[in-house]
Ligand binder design. Sequence first.
Ligand SMILES: [Zn+2]
Length: 221
Amino acid sequence: MNSVSIRSAWLASIAFLLLATLGVTGAQVPPEGADVEAPFVCPEPDEPPPPPANEAERQERERRARYRALFPLYVAAVGPEVDNRLPIPVDGVRASEIADTWGAPRGGGRRHEGQDLFAPTGTPIRSATPGFVWRIGERTLGGKTVTVIGGGGRRYYYAHLSDYGDIREGQAVTTDTVIGFVGNTGNARTTPPHLHFGVYESREDACSWDALDPYPLFVNR
Ligand SMILES: [Zn+2]
């Protein structure tokens, strides 16, 4: 190793420590204020995956494993009752204005697993349910995203945000909490600004999910 690569390795480890301290690498914290015990443990995959191709993939897998380990605590904290009415999460949008695009074809052979709520950039987005902030972070398709876990362990996924609200992972939210602002980050960068709203329902083992159409559950605030 020459002195330049030693120095850059040193700088990289300092940067990593700094990010870890600030929580930027993903907090993966238990739900705040909920004194609960994990009711189950999420199973490991049947087949061990091939070794990670690089350091970034290794870190991403570790991060996912930490989320998976904490998930049962969130399920215990939110309780078993699912939300059967979802107040529309984008300020000013009425149920009658939402075009139902559930299942519409999307690029790469995908289907639209959610609903799009169009509004100007910067319009506040409020949680459609009470629950706990599960994950805040950038994704390739979703851009800036927030995931909230609500009753019954349902995941509520808010994507393409221009910015996040003043929230942290593990925080309890209500239907008044601003979790972010409408934008067009991720694969929405060439579309008008909108919130992509996805709902994922726990399967039997509670640790894997199926997309659920939120359209019939929307109610005006
Ligand atoms: Zn969408």
